[in-house]
Design a protein around this ligand. Structure first.
Ligand code: SAM
Ligand code: SF4
Length: 336
């Protein structure tokens, strides 16, 4: 984590916000849609297609960093299927950016020695204890995910998990939090969407308003008890308002954070990616920074409950609880 870079980018962000201008502060790079898993609720691998080369991704990172990016997240599909994934993370780290990686934890363990020096946060999917996780994901994957989280902590990496909640597994909240306490990670939870690329398809069957309000109330309670719930109070309030979580057209996606797809297309987020005009950083005259600035704001919609997007939206909206929660986590990791 480069404090000078973060301070510089934060002051650029404050200036951009004061002037009502966009700035690509936090960008997720989807390195590939390919995946070695076929999780029950995920159709991302079906979207696999053209992927930018190493040099093209480096160009995207360079141009967005010059335009004010402070945080680069890497995800997929399974990002680690690309042989250059760690090189790209290292490239972003070398520019002084804060880096994170979302992974299913299958290929990660032997790569941790290379990842630890260039990564600020490792996020591993965890859909429940033992067989509950394996049933949603892949046989044997719970054991590997836990071994990865433990080894990452031993190497000093900050770790978090994301648990996708379906109508089948809402009871996993408590056991996942127990694992989080024992193994030292932050546990995030988010409801499953029927189609990650189409918010209009709604949440997965069975995730009605009463169930989500109950999930939110349980997480609020756990949070108040000091358990390692990653979500901020603002996210949990939005979760309780399902299915009208917020308002997409007011979201900071596409204004202060966004996503670069494997083919170079920029989108505010996955869920509205098919409802905004595609702008490709490879072909845009202003490159990736120009493409970000040319991006449409998200169309009208009911907001979403995707945890990283909502936490970002709350932080960029200067929600005091979300900012405080982010600082508290940073502080705990740095042992302030
Ligand atoms: C798309 S995955 C990519 C990273 C990696 N392959 C993994 O599984 O963590 C990022 C996160 O999105 C979640 N996800 C996938 N499909 C989803 C859906 N339909 N609704 C909500 N979250 C979903 C995954 O469980 C994971 O936590
Ligand atoms: S959730 Fe992740 S691991 Fe599972 S199929 Fe989707 S991209 Fe692959």
């Amino acid at each position: 984590l480069s404090w000078s870079r973060l301070a510089l980018s934060s002051s650029r962000l404050a200036l951009a916000k004061a002037r009502g201008r966009k700035l690509p502060f936090s960008i997720t790079f989807i390195l590939t849609h390919r995946c070695n898993f076929r999780c029950t609720y995920c159709a991302i691998p079906d979207a696999a297609g053209f992927e930018m080369s190493t040099v093209q991704f480096q160009r995207a990172i360079d141009e967005l960093a010059a335009a004010g990016m402070a945080r680069a997240s890497f995800s997929g599909g399974e990002a680690l299927l690309r042989a250059d994934a760690i090189d790209l993370i290292a490239y972003a780290h070398g520019l002084g950016l804060t880096t994170s990686l979302n992974t299913n934890g299958w290929l990660t363990l032997p790569l941790l020695d290379r990842l630890a020096p260039v990564l600020d946060m490792l996020v591993v999917s965890l859909d429940g204890p033992g067989e509950r996780h394996d049933g949603e994901r892949h046989p044997g994957s719970f054991e590997r995910a836990m071994a990865t989280l433990d080894a990452a902590r031993r190497k000093g990496l900050a770790t978090a998990t994301i648990t996708v909640l379906t109508a089948r597994n809402t009871e996993v909240i408590e056991p996942v939090l127990t694992l989080a306490e024992r193994h030292g990670f932050w546990a995030y939870f988010q409801p499953a969407y029927e189609d990650c690329f189409a918010q209009e398809a709604g949440l997965a069957p069975g995730l009605g308003p009463a169930l989500l309000a109950d999930l939110s109330a349980r997480l609020v309670q756990h949070r108040q008890l000091g358990r390692p719930v990653g979500a901020s109070p603002g996210y949990l309030r939005r979760l309780a308002r399902a299915p009208q979580f917020g308002d997409c057209s007011r979201c900071h996606a596409g204004r202060y954070f966004g996503t670069v797809m494997p083919d170079g297309v920029l989108v505010p987020c996955h869920l509205v990616s098919q409802r905004v005009a595609p702008v490709n950083g490879l072909s845009h005259p202003g490159g990736f920074a120009g493409a970000f600035h040319a991006l449409d704001a998200p169309p009208t919609g009911p907001g979403c409950a995707i945890s990283p997007y909502q936490e970002s939206d709350l932080i960029f909206g200067l929600d005091p609880d979300a900012v405080a929660a982010a600082l508290r986590k940073l502080g705990r990791e740095l042992r302030w």
